[in-house]
Design a protein around this ligand. Structure first.
Ligand SMILES: [Mn+2]
Length: 424
């Protein structure tokens, strides 16, 4: 299914008067309004190929209907999102769940929806059919060099698929670790991981980046071999200039100050980018901004400040991606909500009066500093984000249009009710 431009225009026409009232109301008070809108128009958030189906928990999976059954349909789904919001212009592939059989054809299909290929993701956290060695006790960290060799080869294969598609980064997330004290020698596990990553790094093209993702716990419960930003940064620094630390919002222990982590990684020039999601307790993979929107704003506040300090282009300098799972909502609607929440937090961060904040910090004016941040956070920027969408030819209200056009039922008609997406 493709969304007709006329449907978008008709939808926007119906909402135009209301939108203009809301937009004009907020526009009057924002000095850098045009700059904010221009930045919002450019800002794209990649969609992972594994987030288009219904996910599950450890206890079960309640499949949705009309899920994309192959890579072509996954690209179609991201194309639908992008048509609705003009903010999801890239797809991030997971190998081996989404191996392109004909890279050129897949590239053409993606381009027809205005999509590029974001980072490619390797998978050594589960065994694949026919695989010689098991990853039950780890992959790049494994005590057996034959297992490490297999995992390294897999990552090299993933890079090859990425090159064929025009990706520019490899994301490595490892489930490696241990579930019981004494199971693992920490130093050996780290050294094995480093040596394995060095071999993978050696296969990166010149203009590629290696994103080293960390996670505090799960699936292992006692130790994770790349458990936090310090361990990831240690690896990235040892690997070289093309290696960076990737922050996934759900991969921290409760109450971690993620905005501070981001700030320092940016300062060091080692922040790869983001996997957005939200959580209450652990790696809950919930809709971005649904539980802790103020935290999301504070993170963007540091991102904007840090990117501007280093002259980094907001839209292209870092990797922006959603990494979430949807077990209750329609995945496509959930993704639209996440992208909107991310852009709202970004817009609010662009409104922060940085000169005044700096001055407040210099005179230890704690009250003024809080006022400045909360003034930006409490500004209702939804009409500004909608205006940016409107100017790009997207829908004023993507979720509403998704429902108006009955997109899910049309996908069920095309694909059948039983179609299930590959993934977790
Ligand atoms: Mn992630």
């Amino acid at each position: 299914m493709r969304i007709d431009r006329k449907d978008i225009e008709e939808h926007n026409e119906g909402l135009r008067a209301k939108h203009e009232r809301a937009f004009n109301f907020i526009a009057e008070d924002i000095a850098n309004l045009e700059d904010v809108i221009a930045k919002l128009e450019k800002f794209q958030i990649a969609i992972p190929s594994w987030a288009l189906g219904t996910g599950g928990t450890r206890f079960g999976r309640f499949s949705g209907k009309g899920e994309p059954g192959n890579l072509e349909q996954k690209i179609e789904d991201v194309g639908l999102l992008h048509a609705l919001n003009q903010s999801s212009g890239a797809i991030s592939l997971h190998i081996p769940w989404d191996i392109p059989q004909d890279a050129e054809k897949i590239k053409e299909l993606a381009a027809s929806y205005g999509l590029a290929f974001d980072a490619v993701n390797s998978n050594t956290f589960q065994d694949q059919p026919g695989q010689e060695h098991s990853y039950k006790f780890g992959s790049l960290q494994h005590v057996d060099p034959k297992v490490r060799r297999q995992a390294i080869q897999h990552n090299i294969e993933v890079i090859k698929h990425g090159i064929a598609l025009g990706s520019k980064a490899l994301t490595v997330w490892l489930a490696d670790g241990s579930s019981f004290p004494g199971q693992l020698n920490f130093r050996e596990a780290f050294q094995n991981t480093l040596e394995s990553l060095k071999e993978i790094y050696a296969h990166l093209p010149e203009d590629w980046k290696l994103f080293v993702e960390y996670k505090a716990f799960e699936p292992n419960f006692y130790s994770t071999t790349i458990a936090d930003w310090g361990q990831s940064l240690l690896l990235a620094n040892k690997l070289g200039d093309k290696a960076y630390t990737l922050v996934d919002l759900g991969h921290h222990l409760p109450n971690a100050n993620i905005e501070q982590i981001v700030s320092l990684l940016l300062m060091e020039g080692k922040l790869a980018g983001f996997h957005f999601n939200d959580s209450k307790y652990a790696d809950d993979d919930l809709t971005a901004g649904s539980v802790k929107p103020y935290q999301l704003f504070l993170i963007f506040n540091e991102l904007v400040d840090g990117m501007d300090a280093r002259g980094i282009d907001h839209a292209t300098g870092l990797g922006w991606m959603i990494d979430a799972s949807h077990n209750l909502k329609d995945p496509l609607v959930d993704l639209l909500q996440s992208v909107d929440a991310i852009k709202i937090a970004y817009a609010q961060a662009l409104l922060v009066d940085r000169t005044a904040l700096k001055e407040a910090q210099q005179r230890n004016d704690v009250v003024a500093a809080q006022e400045i941040l909360q003034h930006a956070y409490r500004t209702d920027v939804r009409a500004i984000v909608a205006e940016a969408r409107l100017r790009r030819g997207a829908a004023l209200n993507p979720v509403a249009l998704f429902n108006e056009l009955d997109v899910r039922n049309k996908l069920v008609e095309e694909r059948g009710a039983q179609s299930v997406a590959t993934g977790l």
